[in-house]
Design a protein around this ligand. Structure first.
Ligand code: HEC
Ligand code: HEC
Length: 272
């Protein structure tokens, strides 16, 4: 049965295959390590688009206008001094971040006390919101609107996966329900509102104070969330979500069988 000539021939063709395989694996491993050590090749950072005065908006709202709108639209629930009523909570612990977030994401004003606040288009133009935010700021003390700086989306991805993905899902589609409440999709979220949400923790969402996430981590987070969207999910596997190591392995998983096939074919064609 075991033809010694056959066995010898097979082992002769198997040995170079094994050697090449080992070499390929070593090279692959080295390439993966190198790509990891060098860091991910520069994906365009959202930082370029986000620096500048547009996000360094300070609230210089017109206080008189703010008070007028507040007394008309908010006081019947929050009280004329923001002290709260049976229709709505006190705003004495609300800072500019709180007011800006609830107004710009369209959650406020509610139309009735028993209505659930839902995100949507804002009820006021940007100037009126600034005026209201400035006025709410005089009623209490709370987190200020975060001032964003340049962020690194690669580091932001790690922060997001650790702190946010459990509820919002890794691609920010936000399908996960928490305490009967949907964590919303984040694809269209404005950077400043993302930072505000992280600091104030609306409803079921926990607040992340500076002791938990520092300003740089928030900038990184915002840069990552800014990159989230339809394209990223639809563009095939969206490998970039899993980082350079996974990408390296996938490349070698695809390349290896091809290489092995080539080697085997070459071995078969070798003259006896
Ligand atoms: C019909 C009643 C109602 C009106 C009108 C209303 N609110 Fe509210 N507001 C609420 C309720 C109720 C909550 C708590 C919502 C929750 O936690 O789900 C709230 C929450 C808030 C919060 C967050 C407070 C916190 O502790 O986190 C802010 C800020 C706020 N409202 C601002 C305003 C402003 C500014 C206006 C006017 C433009 C306004 N609201 C109009 C009922 C109202
Ligand atoms: C425990 C679950 C949970 C975690 C963890 C969590 N969120 Fe949320 N998030 C929510 C829920 C629930 C809401 C909706 C709150 C509401 O509607 O009042 C929300 C709302 C938001 C919003 C407002 C979106 C909009 O369009 O109105 C943003 C932005 C956001 N989260 C970002 C983050 C980021 C960034 C992190 C990580 C640092 C994070 N969240 C962690 C549950 C969570």
């Amino acid at each position: 049965m075991a033809d010694p000539e056959m066995t010898r021939r097979r082992s002769r063709s198997v040995r170079p295959v094994a050697a090449l395989l080992a070499a390929t694996l070593l090279l692959g491993g080295a390439a993966v390590l190198a790509s990891y050590a060098l860091g991910e090749p520069g994906r365009p950072t959202a930082a370029a688009a986000m620096t500048g005065a547009d996000l360094r908006r300070t609230v210089e709202g017109d206080l008189a206008r703010g008070q007028e709108v507040f007394l008309r639209d908010c006081a019947w629930c929050h009280g004329p001094e923001g002290e709260g009523t049976q229709n709505g909570p006190t705003l004495e612990t609300s800072g500019t971040a709180d007011a800006d977030f609830w107004l710009r994401t369209g959650r406020m004003p509610l139309t009735a006390p028993d209505v659930d606040p839902e995100p949507g288009p804002p009820a006021y133009d940007s100037e009126t919101i600034d005026a209201l935010v400035g006025y709410v700021d005089t009623l209490g003390v709370g987190d200020p609107i975060p001032v964003l700086g340049p962020g690194d989306p690669t580091r932001g991805r790690t922060v997001f996966l650790v702190n946010c993905a459990a509820c919002h899902s890794s691609s920010g589609t936000g399908v996960i329900v928490s305490g009967g409440e949907d964590a919303p999709e984040l694809w269209d979220s404005d950077g400043t509102q993302v930072a505000e949400a992280v600091r104030i923790g609306p409803n079921e969402m926990p607040a992340f104070p500076p002791s938990q996430l520092d300003d740089q981590e928030i900038d990184d987070l915002v840069a990552y969330v800014d990159d989230l969207g339809e394209e990223q999910v639809e563009s095939g596997l969206g490998l970039e979500q899993y980082g350079p190591i996974a990408e390296g392995f996938v490349v070698w998983l695809v390349l290896l069988p091809v290489l092995v096939l080539v080697i085997v074919l070459l071995g078969k064609r070798a003259p006896r």
